[in-house]
Design a protein around this ligand. Structure first.
Ligand code: KIV
Length: 270
């Protein structure tokens, strides 16, 4: 497994870091087989896997349940687990209790939290030995307030984002995810921080990239953001399911090839 220091060294060596989300055993297994550097068990699982409108409905228990499956599928990959909406930013005691529970029970290697307002929590968690990845720019848990739109797009907002990035680094964050910001701003932040900066919709000059598994493989998604490159089309599975449906109804499946040869009824007194 790549350790945190391996990943931090990659930045020093100018080697790009790859990260993909996974939410269950088979997706985690695929990501590990593809030798992706890091897995994010994102609270995007609310939309991709659980069918919610946003990440807001995802619970600590959901994150634990899915992270444990991911760990079983990818025992040798560095796994970051999202702290979901409403589990951090409440009060010091509750925040840290939730972080301890998630870190212990998810089997993840680090936790991710959204927003620069959580620097005090980042310090506290880091002091307790919990590695924290910060997430700035478009932070999906705050979408009710900020909407799904480009962040850091004015001079003031860009300046603030640079200050926030420095603040989370000072607070002990081990890496930073930057989402949906201008690429020149992401480049500047990556150059000014010593921790790895992983971009999504932040251009090519960050230290690494993260994409959502279901987006990049077109697996059950209704709409795609501008920054998503689709690497495959898993919606093709629908044609296979339609064929199976037709074959069951017409009796084509199961043919002899899919049937045990042994006959027993001549021996049974019925
Ligand atoms: O939950 C998630 O998938 C994320 C990525 C968009 C970075 O936070």
């Amino acid at each position: 497994m790549k350790t945190l220091s391996n990943i931090q060294q990659m930045k020093q060596d100018g080697e790009k870091i790859s990260m993909v989300t996974a939410y269950d055993y088979p997706s985690a297994k695929q990501v590990e087989l593809a030798q992706i550097d890091m897995i994010l068990v994102g609270d995007s699982l609310g939309m991709t896997v659980l069918g919610y409108e946003s990440t807001v409905d995802v619970t600590l228990e959901d994150m634990i349940h899915h992270s444990r499956a991911v760990r079983r599928g990818a025992p040798n990959t560095f796994v970051v687990v999202d702290m979901p909406f409403g589990t951090v930013g409440i009060d010091r005691k509750t925040d840290i209790q939730n972080a301890i529970k998630l870190y212990q029970e998810s089997n993840g290697n680090a936790l991710k939290v959204e927003g620069a307002h959580l620097t005090e929590f980042m310090q506290q968690a880091t002091a307790m030995g919990i590695p924290i990845v910060a997430h700035l720019g478009l932070t999906p848990q705050s979408v009710g307030v900020m909407g799904y739109k480009l962040q850091g797009a004015t001079k003031e907002a860009a300046q603030q984002l640079i200050e926030d990035a420095k603040a989370v680094e000072r607070a002990g964050a081990v890496a930073l995810v930057l989402e949906a910001i201008p690429s020149d701003l992401a480049k500047a932040v990556s150059e000014q921080l010593t921790i790895p900066v992983i971009g999504i919709g932040a251009g090519k000059d960050t230290d690494g990239q993260v994409l959502v598994y279901h987006d990049m493989l077109n697996y059950g998604v209704d709409r795609q953001a501008k920054f998503v490159k689709q690497y495959d089309d898993f919606s093709i599975g629908i044609a296979a399911l339609e064929q199976y449906n037709g074959e069951v109804k017409s009796g084509v499946f199961p043919s002899e090839a899919y049937t045990y040869k042994k006959q027993i009824m001549s021996e049974v007194e019925a």
